[in-house]
Design a protein around this ligand. Structure first.
Ligand SMILES: Cc1cc2nc3c(=O)[nH]c(=O)nc-3n(C[C@H](O)[C@H](O)[C@H](O)COP(=O)(O)O)c2cc1C
Length: 357
């Protein structure tokens, strides 16, 4: 099937970025997915992480499918797994528009959405419509409402409401667009959050439900003390893994685009280097014992491979889809498979952390 994205991109990119995204979700919901992702996944991409068996390690990052509306069409693009959300307990409008900006010359995006979403009830209903066993693994990314004082309680609510409906949870404490959220990454707040989140899982399991992995998604803007604290907490609790990283509040000096100084989180190409550096540091600090998902700036198989060599067992991306379209998923998988072979690795797992050993 041909990839229509190069033909529709000039039109889509004349639209305001948020409108283009809304239209894309509507088109995917209607089944206009272009039938990309027809490639059979190479054997050496097959992997098992957090007890989940995946055809390939390339995932769709959170934020594209905030309300779990298009899990099946996203998976049809060839991703090995996808992540929906962030969802908050109550529906929320998010920040004022405009709040999404393309930085074309930098192959980057800035967003300050502020968790616009339809809330847990809608999200659970969307997941309930999926035919059981039909999909690849997917995660539910949970967050906190802006107006909630006890933010930790919102994560507990998310886990209780969605337990058993997804394959893993991501606890997102790293969006820069909800005041106070990133403070949950501090040692004392994180310790309390993890305790309460793990208690929620135990309560669900006590009622007969199966184990669900719970991951924590962190920011790239952390000090080395933060990294030490987070690594120690990850090593000493029953958390299943870390996602490194969310968007950055940093603005590299060499950004060229008109929108470079907009408030919000920066993602895409300029995030590749800093997020991979933090990923490698976390891998070393956790002695390779905590599974990591590497996210931030991936736009090629070489980028995905660099994340894996820095310590990622799986990878995700989002921003590059805006510039390259869904055909990129197959291109990344092909190149990653070739690079593993060239370097003599029989599987993704063998290459994890190769640059840190
Ligand atoms: C428009 C947009 C919205 C996002 N929304 C979320 C979100 O709701 N929850 C979340 O955990 N991450 C969100 N992210 C962050 C991505 O999941 C990812 O961590 C980040 O963009 C870095 O990856 P990338 O450079 O491949 O985009 C969002 C990113 C973008 C560009």
């Amino acid at each position: 099937m041909i990839d229509l994205f190069p033909f529709v991109k000039p039109f889509v990119h004349t639209l305001d970025a948020e409108r283009a995204h809304t239209l894309t979700i509507a088109a995917l919901k209607m089944g206009l997915d272009g039938k990309i992702g027809q490639m059979k996944d190479p054997e050496n991409l097959r992997t098992t992480v957090f007890g989940l068996s995946l055809d390939n390690p390339v995932g769709l990052a959170a934020g594209f499918d905030k309300n779990a509306d298009v899990i099946a069409p996203c998976q049809a693009m060839g991703f090995g797994f996808t992540e929906a959300g962030t969802v908050t307990p109550q529906p929320q409008a998010g920040n004022e528009k405009p709040r999404l900006f393309r930085l074309k010359e930098d192959k980057a995006v800035i967003n300050r959405f502020g968790f616009n979403n339809k809330g847990l009830e809608y999200f659970a209903h969307s997941l309930g419509k999926l035919s059981p066993g039909s999909s690849k693994p997917f995660g539910a990314n949970v967050g906190a409402n802006k107006a909630t004082d006890d933010k930790t309680d919102d994560y507990v609510k998310g886990i209780r409401a969605l337990y058993g409906l997804a394959d893993y949870f991501t606890v997102n404490i790293s969006s820069p667009n909800t005041p106070g959220l990133r403070a949950l990454q501090s040692r004392s707040a994180l310790t309390d959050l993890i305790k309460r989140v793990l208690e929620a899982r135990e309560a669900e399991m006590a009622s007969g439900k199966a184990y669900m992995p719970i991951l924590i998604k962190i920011a790239p803007d952390l000090t080395s003390d933060d990294i030490t604290d987070i690594a120690e907490i990850a090593l000493t609790t029953d958390i299943d893994g870390l996602i490194v990283s969310n968007t950055t509040i940093m603005r590299p000096a060499d950004l060229k685009s008109q929108h470079r100084l907009e408030m919000g989180g920066l993602s895409g190409a300029p995030l590749m280097e800093p997020s991979t550096k933090i990923l490698g540091e976390i891998y070393t600090a956790t002695e390779g014992k905590v599974p990591l998902i590497g996210v931030g700036g991936i736009a090629s198989g070489a980028d995905a491979y660099a994340k894996i060599r820095a310590g990622a067992s799986l990878v995700q991306f989002y921003s590059a889809l805006v510039y390259e379209g869904p055909g990129l998923v197959d291109r990344i998988k092909k190149e990653l498979s070739q690079r593993l072979k060239q370097d003599g690795y029989a599987s993704v797992a063998e290459a994890v952390g190769a640059d840190r050993k």
